[in-house]
Design a protein around this ligand. Structure first.
Ligand code: SF4
Length: 415
């Protein structure tokens, strides 16, 4: 593990995120991943190409980067060989470094990744019979302190750049062998076209549910997701991408308007008292305000329902009464909603236990009977700490006693 120097976060509820600055590469080269095509053309022009050549080269390079996944300029066969060293001297095709790759007995894969300036974060791939979901991170650490979440015991190190966010998808495609291998000269178009659709792919869906609160890194997340949806970029459908927030209410409408992907909300409780404890951001943006923002979320409909994530914590949020209140709230705000029930995934020092199986089933039944879908998620990758709420690099391991002490301090700070 790298020496990750964690900075202190300035507060615990809706703090001003004060992430570290990104350290530029020592060799001065610019990473092209995550840059819009227009910006690449500008960089090529600044480096000496005339405007027309810069535009053409940017188009070619962009295609190689996102449709072919090449990581070496020498592989760009429709660009003159003499240009390759010119490109390599000035630019790089970045990928987060893989520090460790683990595979669960259930097929779930987790990667510990490192940024070029030495900070670690995680990414998880969850294969299912009919889909493959990549859970990606938006920040190294997190400013929020959701109490069931292991990442919440880390402090924020820094925001991930658009390149580091898109880079996770690129890396997953590398690892899964999902780049089309056809030629660029149009002689094998059939294979080429087939390669760009979700059909037959292992990686079909993206969820921004890894480390961090995406809406606290809004600009970078927006730029990265746009690149993933760009037909000239990774060309993923917005219907296959989900952004998950703990409830940063003021940013939700912008997320709908400027990004437009599916929305998931970490709800986890239906009363102020319990949600204040589990998701402390609730003290800033309460449940009613949050649900109002959900009902105004652009693009939400019965065909594109909002997902409410609900972690099942024994004796805290799992009663029939809680389930009925959840139904009441969803109906009151007329939300096109589905509820994902997540059995709590324990981690060392966690202050909760998972609800009993019967209790989870009963809770789900109450919601289903009210006409709202509430599937119970099968925990995935628990044996490699890849399950929901378990992500945390080992940069900062704390004992149960230390976690309790920190928590008490935070409560005091909140008054
Ligand atoms: S659930 Fe998300 S927002 Fe909350 S602490 Fe964990 S990573 Fe941060």
């Amino acid at each position: 593990m790298t020496a990750t120097h964690l900075m202190h976060s300035p507060g615990h509820i809706d703090p001003l995120p004060l992430p570290r600055q990104i350290t530029p590469r020592e060799d001065g080269r610019v990473d092209l991943i995550g840059l819009p095509r227009q910006r690449i053309a500008e960089l090529f022009a600044e480096a000496g190409l005339d405007a027309k050549a810069a535009k053409l080269r940017a188009k070619q390079v962009f295609h190689w980067l996102y449709h072919r996944g090449v990581t070496d300029f020498k592989a760009m066969t429709d660009i003159a060989k003499t240009m390759h060293p010119w490109l390599a001297e000035r630019f790089v095709i970045g990928r987060p470094e893989i520090v460790e790759a683990q595979q669960s007995t259930d097929g779930t894969r987790k990667w510990l990744l490192r940024t070029a300036d030495g900070h670690d974060f995680e990414m998880v791939f969850i294969p299912d019979a009919d889909r493959g979901t990549l859970c990606i991170s938006s920040q190294v650490g997190c400013t929020l302190n959701c109490r069931f979440c292991r990442t919440g015991t880390m402090q924020l190190v820094r925001n991930l750049t658009p390149g580091e966010i898109v880079g996770q998808v690129m890396l997953a495609r590398d690892a899964l062998g999902e780049w089309p291998k056809g030629r660029m000269d149009g002689l094998d178009d059939a294979e080429d076209e087939g390669g760009y659709s979700a059909d037959g792919r292992l990686l079909t869906n993206i969820v921004m549910m890894g480390m961090g609160e995406p809406l606290y890194n809004f600009d970078n997340v927006r730029d990265a997701l746009r690149m993933m949806m760009d037909g000239d970029g990774l060309a993923l459908s917005k219907r296959r991408i989900t952004l998950s927030t703990s409830g940063v209410v003021p940013m939700m409408a912008r997320a709908g308007e400027e990004i437009g992907v599916n929305l998931a909300v970490s709800l986890h409780a239906v009363s102020k008292k319990v949600r204040d404890e589990i998701v402390p951001l609730n003290r800033k943006y309460g449940i009613e305000e949050l649900l109002e923002a959900c009902s105004a979320y652009p693009g939400a409909s019965n065909a594109r329902r909002i997902t409410f994530e609900y972690v099942m914590l024994k004796g805290r949020n799992d009663s029939d009464e809680d389930a009925r209140e959840l139904v009441r709230l969803i109906k009151r705000y007329k939300l096109p909603a589905k509820v994902n029930l997540i059995p709590f995934n324990p981690w060392p020092g966690a202050p909760y236990e998972c609800s009993d199986e019967d209790r989870v089933r009963r809770f789900s039944k109450v919601i289903f009977e009210a006409g709202i879908s509430a599937p119970v998620r099968t925990p995935r990758g628990r044996d490699i700490d890849a399950a929901c709420g378990q992500l945390k690099t080992s940069a900062e391991k704390k004992s149960r006693a230390e976690l309790e002490r920190l928590w008490a301090e935070k409560q005091q700070a909140l008054g």
